[in-house]
Design a protein around this ligand. Sequence first.
Ligand code: CMC
Length: 391
Amino acid sequence: TGLTTIDPGFKNTGSCESAITFLDGEKGILRYRGYSIEELAEKADFLEVAYLLIFGELPNDEQLAKFHSDIKKESHVDEEMKKILDGFPKSAHPMGVLSSLTNALIAFNPSSVNVSSESDMYHAIVRILAKFPVLVAWTLRKKKGLPLDYGDDSLGYVENIHKMMFKRPSEEYKCNKIIIDALDKLLILHADHEQNCSTSTVRIVGSSHAGLFASLSAGISALWGPLHGGANQAVLEMLEAIEADGGDTKKYMAKAKDKNDPFRLMGFGHRVYKNFDPRAKIIKVAADEVLNDLGIDDPILAIAKGLEKEALEDPYFVDRKLYPNVDFYSGIIYRALGIPTEMFTVMFALGRLPGWIAQWREMRLNGEPIGRPRQVYVGENLRPFVEVNKR
Ligand code: CMC
């Protein structure tokens, strides 16, 4: 009652105070807890960044070692979970599988639900940081028909994830530093992005005290959509379609500008950035480096660069301040690392996990009220019920 204005898409509505991520969309600035994304991507590793986002400060050696060791102690996923995974067809989209498995974890870890003290939260957090990568790896291995395995405690957090994903039964696992560094960088760049669609979902689900894993499962579903994290898969599919179409970028530019055509230039535009997405800048350079270091010549990279150049000079894109976003070049690196296209958004979820956790923890520690937006009712006024035979 009394509410007369709404803000569709929450374009101008703040939902919380947050001390985690600073974003200036006009200037293209992104910082985690005050540290610039450029510096973190260059100098930090993903686990340090996860700690920073969640607890507010970069860890010292001892804090990092304890955090990692607490995570390793929780890296077991109940064997029964394999039966749930088994129930999915191989063709199932990995994001649906991952969201379901994350929710299913609650049944095997019931003490992770009713958490209110900081120490309960800590346990739920290290548990999910340990088990989520196993679920990611299993999701990929199921797709590839590889046996399901657990991690290797002697490895770093990211290297272990890579091994869990790619180790083949008959081969000794060898790590390639270029690949691990590229993964680290991508995961860091995806780790948080303030109140985006999936993070807002995590906070709002968590605000009913539904528990961390349930909130994350909802966040994964929100991320799946092509307007959000699903854009990385959509970008690669678009670039492949352009390649198959003889590299005709002009045709796709025209489609993107045509208001009667639902096609959008995937990986372009952003709700907040009206300037270069600073993550896209770093990823573009990394894509060149990684492909070069791995000796890969991918024609899709040239198509992407061509599209970007055309868009940046086109009045339609210039007027609307549409720039490449984080999803535009990331898929080219994932592809070079041997990650299947359908797994791209799963990699985004893996990177975003610490951000979701940090935002959930902040929301709970701040004692935020249940999220419950209002509406402006535009339906029928009171009317009498009509029996079914008289309608
Ligand atoms: N291609 C063509 N036109 C576009 C695009 C695009 N990629 N993005 C926005 N526009 C146009 C849009 O049609 C509208 O034009 P007009 O003013 O004439 O109606 C104008 O630009 C503003 O767009 P909007 O849809 O009102 O903006 P929004 O803030 O609601 O949406 C967005 C932001 C990211 C959903 C949108 O830019 C988009 O759909 N981009 C493609 C999908 C994508 O790359 N998503 C990843 C986002 S970044 C990472 C993440 O969140 O996961």
